[in-house]
Design a protein. Structure first.
Length: 229
């Protein structure tokens, strides 16, 4: 089975943290290097969009009831990647604006985010439903061959709660972002920053850990070893 949810999780975590830090700088009126942020959003967005679309249309996660991962991982990654690419294009095309102005820049940027916020809210709704789905069907349990996570595979509710909570906190941030932007309540965006920083850090650490656990899983399967840690 081909898997690359490790880099998808790492890029998602980095992307969420980046968006949160960018938003925090914007709300505080700090000067923003739009070219640097455009490059960051472009790189992370391209990775997520390409791998997310590939997962969505080819379903590389297959067999033994694991097909749900193509939906839960691939489709949100593709959508988030597309949003990051939009942010990269906007920041690059408007780099002179960000260079010249600091006063009133927040209002201009938040106004420009209104159309995209509709899709952010829609994606947040989808993530919320996925969070419920993880818990309802107790999805995500690691196979016994996988180090660390596999030790708790006999308790599927644990990983289901972890994944549901992770998807859920990102969903709360997305729904709150859409509400704050569309109703003109920028003071609510500080809670969006916190939700996406927390979710981003967890995604980043989870993806990094999976580089170890997934390689260990394949090693255990291929060589008949029994590494648990």
């Amino acid at each position: 089975m081909v898997v690359y949810n490790e880099i998808v999780a790492v890029a998602s975590g980095a992307g969420l943290i980046g968006v949160a830090l960018f938003l925090s700088s914007l709300l505080r009126g700090k000067r923003i290097d739009s070219e640097g942020w455009a490059a960051f959003f472009g790189v992370s967005g391209l990775l997520l969009f390409v791998l997310g679309v590939h997962t969505t249309v080819t379903w590389p996660f297959g067999g033994e009831g694991f097909e749900y991962a193509n939906i839960a991982f691939g489709q949100p990654a593709a959508a988030f990647g597309a949003l990051l690419l939009f942010a990269a294009i906007y920041l690059w095309r408007n780099r002179e604006l960000f260079t010249r102005e600091t006063e009133g820049l927040r209002e201009v940027a938040l106004e420009a985010a209104k159309p995209a916020s509709i899709f952010v809210g829609a994606l947040g709704l989808g993530m919320a439903v996925l969070a419920i789905t993880f818990v309802r069907f107790q999805l995500g349990a690691a196979p016994p061959e996988e180090p660390i996570s596999g030790r708790f595979g006999h308790l599927p509710i644990l990983e289901a709660l972890f994944l549901g909570g992770l998807w859920g906190i990102v969903a709360v941030g997305a729904l709150l972002f859409a509400f704050a932007i569309l109703t003109g309540r920028p003071q609510l965006l500080r809670w969006v920053v916190w939700a996406w920083v927390i979710g981003g850090i967890v995604f980043l650490l989870f993806g990094a850990m999976n580089f170890y656990t997934h390689i260990g899983m394949y090693h255990n399967i291929e060589y008949g070893t029994n590494h648990k840690w």
